[in-house]
Design a protein around this ligand. Structure first.
Ligand code: SF4
Length: 316
């Protein structure tokens, strides 16, 4: 895939691009102690070739390259448990299993949607599922397992960059050191011209192949495994800010709302350089999921031992 070149007048790096390029150069110095872990959103396949993505990023200077899919699985597990314990209609042996019942749940994986609910529809904040996003979950997992690495997040939108900046760990230090959009990374690749590093095309750790559809509208609910808890007629899938505004302007009468701010989901994010129509982008995500499974492209599978002691809850 051609990543584009600086235009006739060239371009200046943004502050985030400068920060990342400086870290990359530092990491390539002989005996450097700077090690970088790239964490990419799975929608990266809209803007990058998935076949040589890992060797290209390693050629650029990353020591480890991971995908958010394991973080998405962790979010799904927390949603599943919470809905099971709090949905007023769900009963085991005729008994409800928790006292705090509710009959509406809104996904909170997209920071722009969360802001929309908080600022324009505050009455619905109580329905937002109280868990961090896949990005934040994965950042906590990476920090726990590779504590010496600096974390760089590759995002389809600026909303996630803001969310990354606000994610703090011990001593109120940022967990994610730099967040950068796909479009910004493409410019860096075009300018730095990295050679693909010899070696594996596999992601380092940790992966979960079925959540590779997460960036598609409906990807969350299709991987939530809530059969027997939620009836499919009670699940609403909506994408695009106009649609969400319409949805929240009325009192919601369904149970689970799988909602994303961008048209088509994260594959329609404003930080994506591609101008391809949404259906082509969707096809790339599906093709990638099938390819990764067939080629066994992923690295070590994420399991609960990598998340031990981590807290994924959140308040709004
Ligand atoms: S739906 Fe859009 S704004 Fe929300 S996380 Fe995805 S790309 Fe970002």
């Amino acid at each position: 895939m051609e990543y584009g070149a600086p235009n006739f007048f060239g371009f200046a790096y943004t502050e985030d691009q400068r920060k990342l390029v400086s870290l990359l150069r530092e990491s390539k110095k002989k005996n450097s102690k700077t090690k970088l872990c790239l964490m990419t959103a799975p929608s990266f396949v809209v803007d990058f070739d998935y076949v040589d993505f890992v060797p290209k990023m390693k050629g650029l200077g990353f020591d480890k390259v991971t995908e958010l899919t394991f973080g998405a699985k962790i979010v799904n597990q927390n949603y599943h448990k919470y809905i099971k314990e709090h949905f007023s209609d769900y009963k085991i042996n005729g008994k409800r299993i928790d006292k705090k019942f509710q009959n509406k749940f809104i996904s909170s994986v997209c920071p722009a949607t969360v802001e929309l609910v908080k600022t324009r529809h505050p009455g619905f904040v109580k329905y937002l599922l109280p868990f961090v996003s896949p990005m934040s979950a994965m950042a906590k997992i990476v920090k726990k397992n590779f504590p010496k690495h600096k974390i760089v997040f590759l995002a389809p939108c600026s909303a996630k960059k803001f969310e990354a900046a606000k994610l703090l760990g011990k001593k109120k230090k940022r967990i994610i050191d730099v967040a950068i959009t796909f479009a910004e990374m493409r410019q860096i690749v075009a300018k730095e011209k990295p050679k693909n590093k010899n070696g594996s095309r596999k992601f380092d750790s940790f992966y979960n192949d079925y959540t590779k559809v997460y960036p598609l509208s409906g990807g969350l609910s299709s991987t939530l495994h809530c059969k027997g808890i939620l009836h499919k007629n009670n699940v609403v899938v909506k994408d695009g800010c106009v649609e969400l505004e319409k949805l929240f302007s009325k009192t919601p009468n369904k149970v689970f709302y799988d909602v994303l701010f961008c048209k088509g989901g994260c594959i329609g994010g404003p930080g994506i350089a591609s101008r391809a129509p949404i259906f082509i982008r969707k096809q790339r995500v599906i093709k990638y999921k099938n390819f990764a499974k067939k080629e066994k492209m992923d690295g070590k599978q994420g399991t609960s031992k990598y998340t031990k002691g981590l807290d994924f809850s959140r308040e709004f």
